[in-house]
Design a protein around this ligand. Structure first.
Ligand SMILES: Cc1ncc(COP(=O)(O)O)c(C=O)c1O
Length: 492
């Protein structure tokens, strides 16, 4: 009999099929700084601390990623009660759970295949949840209509954003699709565009004007890009990541007019819509402003807007819940979109259930209302306090300048790096990477270099989240201050 160890008559090819040279080159161009080398180093330092290695610090404080619960934010009780009931319906007989949580769980389970959140759902998402999302949007936008058919539930906002970009990208050479993204940007955008082999068109936010978005800059970027690609989409993040700005209504109107005139598909990333802290700032959805601009715009501009269960007061990143609403999408393309999402079967059903609670929270006449409101308000108030504190303390450090954190969960301060440090860094890495690595190694503080998000040439930044608990954030900011002074002296 033939043994499997027997050598075959003809020798097999020696080369591996999949190597760095033969793999998909687009994947090699993908970068994602918020989980990059800094974070790997931070994890290594944590491990060494655990093993008893002596360091100039006793813990690593991580402010590299907007992962709220990982930083100690507590989940909203009502959400977890309903999710527990949905996961283990036996608990519906347990009198520790409030009646409104039970009602909600029954309602969601009835909409699931076989009454179980373990069943696949429709690919676009559970119909009931899409209806609730639509009603939420109508309330949020002061009555502007929303159609559940235009809602696609997603695996976090990331998945919907990547899917929409996938639909948009086509052409070769000078006709290849270009997509306009803000710089600094959230690296999901550059990563998704690299993956798709699309052309990234950078427009710069105005740091000297609270990271605002100016139409003149959009026009400059667009005209430059038209020479080598076919710009077809414009992405806007509001409130901003990594820059923490909240756009004015006027600015949003200007952007919509620009998109209409230049025939661009608009993508509005609104995952931080409840995270607005600064006085005088308010969240305005692109959808609402679009409809307030009248039919000339609202019947023309193609818009996809995105929301998520990961941010705001929920911070439920791990559930991977989210939705997108599409407006004025060509019905034939919409059918293609529905086909595309059906290949992945469906977004996680627990994430859909959670999203349903976010868009349909306890009402004033329900038993869970007051606890829900207290918890929600406490989370947002703590974030507002930390936003203010971050700006105030950082701006007291000579050589660090930061704009107000008007919204979202981040600060993107500019740092002066001495010339000698830049020279030192250039032997192997970007100057701000050198700065952040040294900050990590000497202080146990983990932030992400500005180069991972994009910045004007010759300027340096880091991005930090405002998520560490208040007392820890205070220590964190004091350490940044101490380090910056020491680093500046060392290289002066
Ligand atoms: C601007 C922005 N968009 C999208 C996402 C993706 O979030 P998720 O996929 O968890 O919904 C994030 C996460 O940090 C973000 O900051």
């Amino acid at each position: 009999s033939l043994s499997h160890t027997q050598t075959p008559a003809t020798a097999l090819p020696a080369a591996e099929v999949l190597t760095l040279d033969t793999m998909n080159p687009n994947i090699k161009r993908v970068e994602y700084a918020v989980r990059g080398p800094i974070v790997q180093r931070a994890m290594q330092l944590e491990k060494e601390l655990q093993e008893g290695v002596k360091k100039p610090f006793t813990e690593v404080i991580k402010a590299n990623i907007g992962d709220c619960h990982a930083m100690g934010q507590q989940p909203i009780t009502f959400f977890r009660q309903v999710l527990a009931l949905c996961s283990y319906p036996e608990l519906l007989n347990d009198n520790k759970f409030p009646e409104d949580a039970k009602d909600r769980a029954r309602r969601i389970l009835q909409a699931c295949g076989g009454g179980s959140i373990g069943a696949y759902s429709a690919s676009q998402g559970i119909e009931l949840v899409r209806q609730d999302v639509s009603r939420y949007i109508v309330r949020r936008d002061g009555g502007v209509p929303s159609n559940p058919d235009n809602i696609y539930l997603s695996t976090g906002a990331s998945d919907a954003i990547a899917t929409m970009l996938k639909l948009l990208v086509s052409g070769e050479g000078p006709t290849r699709t270009g997509v306009m993204i803000s710089i600094p940007q959230y690296p999901l955008y550059s990563a998704a565009l690299a993956d798709l082999g699309a052309i990234q068109i950078n427009y710069y936010l105005d740091e000297s004007n609270n990271w605002s978005l100016a139409v003149g800059e959009l026009r400059r970027a667009l005209e430059a890009a038209r020479k080598h690609c076919n710009p077809r989409a414009l992405c806007v993040i509001n409130p901003g990541n990594p820059t923490g700005q909240v756009q004015s209504r006027q600015c949003i109107e200007d952007v919509i007019r620009f998109a209409a005139e230049e025939n661009l598909f608009l993508m509005a990333d609104e995952v931080y819509q409840d995270n607005v802290y600064a006085e005088g700032c308010q969240f305005h959805s692109f959808k609402k402003v679009l409809f307030e601009m009248g039919p000339k715009y609202s019947e023309k501009v193609e818009l996809a807007s995105f929301h998520s269960t990961s941010k705001c007061y929920m911070g439920e990143c791990g559930f991977r819940g989210g939705y997108m609403e599409v407006i004025n999408l060509d019905p034939a393309v919409k059918a293609q979109l529905t086909k595309l999402v059906s290949v992945r079967l469906c977004p996680p059903v627990p994430g859909q259930a959670l999203l349903d609670l976010v868009v349909n929270p306890p009402q004033p006449d329900e038993p869970s209302y007051s606890t829900f409101m207290n918890e929600r308000t406490a989370v947002l108030a703590a974030l507002a306090e930390k936003a203010r504190m971050t700006e105030e303390i950082l701006n007291k450090v000579p050589g660090i300048r930061c704009n107000p954190v008007q919204g979202a969960m981040y600060s993107f301060p500019q740092i002066q790096i001495p010339h000698k440090a830049i020279e030192e860094a250039k032997k192997g890495q970007a100057p701000d990477m050198f700065y952040c690595m040294t900050l990590l190694d000497e202080m146990g503080i983990c932030v992400v270099p500005g180069s991972g998000f994009g910045q004007r040439d010759g300027t340096y930044h880091f991005r930090m989240t405002i998520l560490p608990p208040t007392d820890k954030l205070k220590i964190f900011l004091a350490k940044v201050k101490e380090f910056h002074q020491r680093f500046t002296e060392r290289y002066s």
